[in-house]
Design a protein around this ligand. Structure first.
Ligand SMILES: Nc1ncnc2c1ncn2[C@@H]1O[C@H](COP(=O)(O)OP(=O)(O)OP(=O)(O)O)[C@@H](O)[C@H]1O
Length: 243
């Protein structure tokens, strides 16, 4: 009988190490979309900006192992995303740009509880955690409603709730306000500001970055500026002004 090769046990995660990218590059087919990325992200709130197609979503997906780099390594709290994908995904929640991509269950409550069910969390604890997170994000009265009938903004909040209920140590949000009106954009901004977890937010909404600790500007697959929000946004505006 063939035996499966046991994978190496995951080392104990070390949150002080943050997310580290060492010589990271990524290639889709012939196309190089990220190159020479060396970073250590230990801050509470990190923003990522850049032109369309510059590589931001690919960068974001590298941070929880949704995409594994074609060169270099990504380490999350010391865990390599290439060899410890499961542990990394448990540690790093990912909120997709399009909340419809994340909604898989008929009702709001079922959708939020799905991940917990997968993790084997008992039904009563599940119900409690789902109710708590729905109440926190103003979705309690929609618990039994069809998820696909929510408004765009509510769906975005639902997508965030579905990630937060899992209590990940870190959260990556890929353009969380793209579909939202000003009121819901503000809600997401407040939500991000109030999170205890460390967050990485990819966004075209530059206002969202006020109060962040660090902002990366990505261009042509490279990190071309890495600074506090004001100087980083100024560098990004200067870059775009030349196009
Ligand atoms: N799965 C894939 N297969 C092939 N090419 C891809 C894939 N995903 C992204 N790309 C390409 O990689 C490049 C970078 O895409 P990415 O989505 O990372 O950019 P982005 O900065 O997030 O863009 P936007 O701001 O428009 O969302 C683009 O040219 C895109 O077409």
């Amino acid at each position: 009988m063939r035996r499966r090769r046991a994978s190496a046990p995951a080392p104990e995660p070390d949150p002080t190490q943050g997310i580290e990218l060492r010589g990271v590059g990524h290639v889709y087919g012939e196309r190089t979309v990220l190159r020479d990325v060396d970073l250590q992200l230990t801050e509470h709130r990190v923003g990522v900006v850049g032109a369309n197609g510059s590589g931001k979503s690919t960068f974001a997906r590298l941070l929880n192992g949704l995409v594994v780099p074609t060169s270099g390594r990504v380490l999350v709290d010391g865990l390599d995303t290439a060899t410890h994908a499961r542990e990394v995904r448990r540690r790093v929640g990912f909120v997709f740009q399009d909340p419809d991509a994340q909604i898989v269950h008929p009702t709001v409550a079922e959708d939020v509880g799905y991940g917990l069910e997968n993790q084997g969390v008992p039904a009563d604890e599940r119900a409690e955690r789902v109710a708590e997170v729905l109440a926190r994000y103003g979705l309690a009265e929609h618990a039994d409603h069809p998820a696909h009938l929510l408004s765009g903004g509510q769906k975005q909040l639902l997508a965030v709730a579905g990630v937060l209920v899992m209590r990940p140590a870190r959260i990556v949000l890929d353009e969380p306000t793209t579909l939202l009106d000003l009121v819901n954009t503000r809600r997401i901004a407040e939500l991000v500001a109030g999170l205890d977890q460390s967050v990485v937010v990819v966004t075209h909404h530059l206002d969202l970055l006020a109060g962040f600790d660090r902002v990366l500007v990505v261009d042509g697959g490279r990190v071309v500026a890495d600074d506090r929000p004001a100087p980083a946004v100024a560098a990004y505006r200067a870059l775009m002004a030349d196009r």
